[in-house]
Design a protein around this ligand. Structure first.
Ligand code: FAD
Ligand code: FES
Length: 250
């Protein structure tokens, strides 16, 4: 883990409120599932860094994909190429994609697609076959569609609002034949995790957990989650945890 001051070399708006920042950071080897603690301001305001996952890393170019949800992400969203951003990382444990003969399934909801994009790149580069199930609220929120269609064996896209037939990622998965899959990897809203957990899917499901974080490096206990009957820290024990072992407080 190290503190970096990185120059923004490119910025793109992918959808309303969702943007990507490309930063030059040679000499690191981030793995899918890892994240950075990003300083969104210049001074001490806001005091806490914001956790953002690696969405891609290629030849020293790091991509972060961010959805504007509050003050911190809004501050990041007004930064432009040529400006600098400080960040700590890479942090956390990675996904360990199964190299078994069976396929993998990536399940993403909303901005949960960001870390899943890096995982998909990793699987593609390592010849691990996977399918994608990706849901959003409205169809303008889809990002990386073309990239996934090139890399995945099969993509299932779900739009939750605006259609008479109400589909969700969870209703779709219930209709799928899951016997082909050796493992699933997921990131999305907490409600999606809770609903997926209730399905007791036949393969192990590894979840990229997002929660409020203080320090991001194991010191403050702000990210504690009940896992395997004990409290664990999402930042250092995760963010990737086995879904069936997480105790969601509902
Ligand atoms: C390990 C990790 C990786 C992440 N990766 C990404 C990523 O790649 N791209 C991305 O856009 N976001 C990611 N997030 C979520 C991101 O950190 C939050 O959206 C961000 O910190 C919100 O900051 P803010 O100041 O804009 O919002 P705030 O003003 O702090 O909050 C605004 C609203 O968002 C909700 N919120 C804030 N933080 C979270 C959170 N962590 N989980 C759920 N709801 C939250 C609040 O309840 C509130 O309603 C990640 C979170 C974690 C823990
Ligand atoms: S965020 Fe501080 S211990 Fe995890």
């Amino acid at each position: 883990m190290a503190l970096h001051r990185l120059k923004i070399i490119r910025k793109d708006w992918y959808a309303k409120g969702i943007f990507g920042l490309e930063l030059r950071l040679p000499g690191i080897s981030p793995l899918p599932g890892q994240f950075f603690q990003v300083r969104v301001g210049e001074g001490i305001d806001p005091f806490l860094n914001r956790p953002i996952s690696v969405a891609s890393y290629h030849k020293g170019r790091l991509l972060l994909v961010v959805k504007v949800v509050g003050r911190g992400t809004r501050m990041l969203g007004i930064k432009e190429p040529g400006e600098f951003v400080e960040m700590l990382g890479p942090l956390g444990h990675r996904f360990k994609p199964s190299k078994k003969k069976k396929k993998s399934l990536i399940i993403a909801g909303g901005i949960g697609i960001a870390p899943m994009h890096f995982l998909a790149e990793y699987m593609y580069n390592n010849m691990i076959n996977f399918d994608l199930l990706y849901g959003v609220r409205t169809k303008d929120e889809f990002i990386f569609r073309d990239a996934f269609m090139k890399k995945a064996d099969r993509c299932v896209f779900v739009v939750e609002k605006g259609y008479k037939k109400k589909d969700t990622v969870v209703s779709k998965i219930q209709k799928m034949d899951l016997s082909d899959y050796g493992a699933a990897y997921t990131c999305g809203p907490r409600e999606m995790f809770i609903a997926l957990q209730k399905l007791h899917l036949p393969m192990p499901v590894y979840a990229f957990c997002e929660d409020f974080m203080g320090c991001g490096c194991g010191l403050c206990l702000g990210c504690a989650i009940k896992y395997k009957n004990e409290y664990h820290r999402i930042c250092t024990d995760g963010p990737v945890l086995e879904l069936k072992e997480i105790e969601f407080e509902v």
